[in-house]
Ligand binder design. Sequence first.
Ligand SMILES: [Zn+2]
Length: 220
Amino acid sequence: MQIPVGVSARHIHLSQEHLTVLFGAGAQLHPKKDLSQPGQFAAQETVDVQGPRGKIERVRVLGPVRPETQLEISQTDALKLGMQAPVRESGHIEGTPGLTVIGPQGQLDLQMGVIVAKRHVHFSLDEARKYGVRDGQELALRTKGERGLIFEHVTARVSPTYKLDFHLDTDEANAAGLHTGDEVEVIELEHEHGQEHFHGNEIIRVDSSPDVGKTPESVR
Ligand SMILES: [Zn+2]
């Protein structure tokens, strides 16, 4: 199974309330470029973010607005800002640090929402069915090229609004020499009751369940 790669540069999602604080009353996001996931876009708008030891300018705002503001950075960015940012799935921001966000019309002391996004693959329902993948399942992906490596703990995220794409941050992509549009291969599907190792068309089950040796319907 080959999956296209989408490298995520640092970006911020804003709530409507925070958009108003940073860009003024009545502010709206103006789409600049569509993203891989249907309906999602990079906005023309950017903000600056100020951490305890450093500042990063012109962080891209992604739209549309969301219920909660979330800043997604790399570990390299976190070092530059002088803060620790936990690896989290998007939307799981309880207990995460905040920082100061600066817009053209105001600034905001964000209380939480700074994360390093956990690498993940988006699947539509059809794609998930085709590949035998469940929402929340972890995958292992192998990359090609002279810096080829295996990414473990890649979360599968399944939704009718998604489209097949492997999202990782710039640190991870640089470590593997990956660029947007490259492809990676799924080599392992981890299931709740054991593990299946996926090598092309061949499935080898390594748990001791009664159906050892059979090819599960879900991966055909
Ligand atoms: Zn994503």
